[in-house]
Design a protein around this ligand. Structure first.
Ligand code: FNR
Length: 361
């Protein structure tokens, strides 16, 4: 490969070279047949751009506002677990890159650095991603710690009542280390030779009875806005509005949970229509190009988030790698906006893209 890295996908190749197979597979893999994992990327590629020419594009404005926080471009960082398996500086490096890029990082519940450590390491705007365990006191503990450490929102991940079945992790006997945020609260058993610990430890401690009516309880323990991540249908988008979600993240967990769910980009419009601009709709899953960001915005997302690209950048080149990934996506978005005749984000409209559905009509 040439020395200069020119696209996000090249970081995946570098990450594969840098990481032990077990960890690379853990990050890159999806559930079962990995149908959804692949579709997330492929469905972006089926959408065609419809540019306008002879527009003054001498200045391109990309900054936007999410729940009152201004970010440099509509590209945020998805919550992903265990950054220290990718790089010794882990989430601290990711958070510093987020601060430099001026975007929002969502810290994973399953991070390898604590809520407090990440808060102390940088002044990026941070949201905290929550799973609710059977022991509800742990959610209370984590939410209070996040509030105290200056996190600005809670992101409730709703698509994981149980852990999806990632076959590579089973084969590799992948063992997750103790979750940093749960230290002193729950201890995770790491197996030396009994196979992967990923399934038992999540399924035994997660509260798979948690449902829509429990959002009222979650709201009662925090004043922070609550976003719901993992919405894929108009029905659930409507329910999220009814329970007072402050935002929605259209997500299928990067194809790691229920296989054969649709690519996120193909259901975005339906969710946006159900939400009707009442709250921000964000999307993650398969965003690898500035053109992907543009397509998601054209179909109604207020911003996108990236998961694996950040991990690949981190694994390959630490904090500098994450910065490079984010800047590459932003630079590509800027060029796409210029070439499509959209000097501002508001100029990006539904008529700038053509989807399969449009072709059928
Ligand atoms: C994730 N994801 C995730 N989501 C979440 O809410 N909490 C978590 O702890 C994790 N952990 C996690 C680990 C790894 C290795 C991956 C790849 C993903 C899902 C993540 O937030 C996001 O939805 C997807 O990563 C988005 O898809 P892309 O950008 O990876 O294609």
């Amino acid at each position: 490969m040439a020395d200069e890295i020119v696209s996000v996908n090249e970081f995946q190749v570098l990450a594969r070279q840098a990481l032990p197979k077990m960890y690379y597979d853990f990050y890159a893999g999806g559930a079962e047949d990995e149908h959804t994992l692949k579709k997330n990327v492929q469905e972006f590629q089926r959408i065609i751009l419809q540019p306008r020419v002879l527009v003054d594009v001498s200045n391109i404005a990309m900054s936007t506002n999410i729940l009152g926080y201004t970010i440099s471009a509509p590209i945020m960082i998805s919550p992903t677990s265990m950054h220290k398996l990718a790089h010794p500086e882990g989430e601290l490096a990711t958070a510093r890159a987020a601060a430099e890029f001026n975007t929002i990082m969502i810290l994973s519940f399953s991070a390898s650095s604590s809520v407090e450590e990440v808060a102390a390491s940088c002044d990026a705007v941070r949201f905290f991603q929550l799973y609710v365990l059977k022991r509800r006191d742990i959610a209370v503990n984590l939410v209070q710690r996040a509030e105290k450490s200056g996190y600005k929102a809670i992101v409730l991940t709703a698509d994981r009542p149980r852990r999806g079945r990632k076959e590579a992790d089973i084969k590799n006997k992948m063992n997750l280390p103790q979750l940093k945020n749960l230290e002193g609260l729950i201890s995770i058993e790491v197996f030396s030779d009994k196979g992967s610990n990923t399934k038992p430890y999540t399924n035994e401690i997660f509260d798979s009875s948690f449902c829509w009516r429990d959002i009222a309880w979650l709201k009662s323990i925090t004043n922070l806005p609550i976003l719901i991540k993992g919405i894929l249908t108009r029905e659930d988008a409507t329910k999220a509005m009814e329970v007072g979600a402050a935002g929605i993240i259209v997500s299928n967990h990067g194809g790691r949970q229920l296989d054969y769910t649709p690519a996120t980009i193909s259901v975005l419009e339906e969710v946006v229509q159900a939400v009707g601009r009442k709250v921000p709709v964000l999307l993650d899953g398969g965003v690898r190009r500035g053109t992907d960001v543009f397509k998601a915005l054209a179909l109604g997302a207020q911003a996108v988030l990236v998961g694996r690209p950040v991990i690949y950048g981190l694994a390959a080149k630490g904090e500098a790698g994450v910065r490079k990934v984010m800047h590459m996506l932003k630079d590509e978005l800027e060029l796409t906006m210029a070439l499509a005749g959209c000097p501002t984000l508001k100029d990006i409209s539904r008529s700038h893209v053509r989807t399969d559905r449009d072709r059928l009509q």
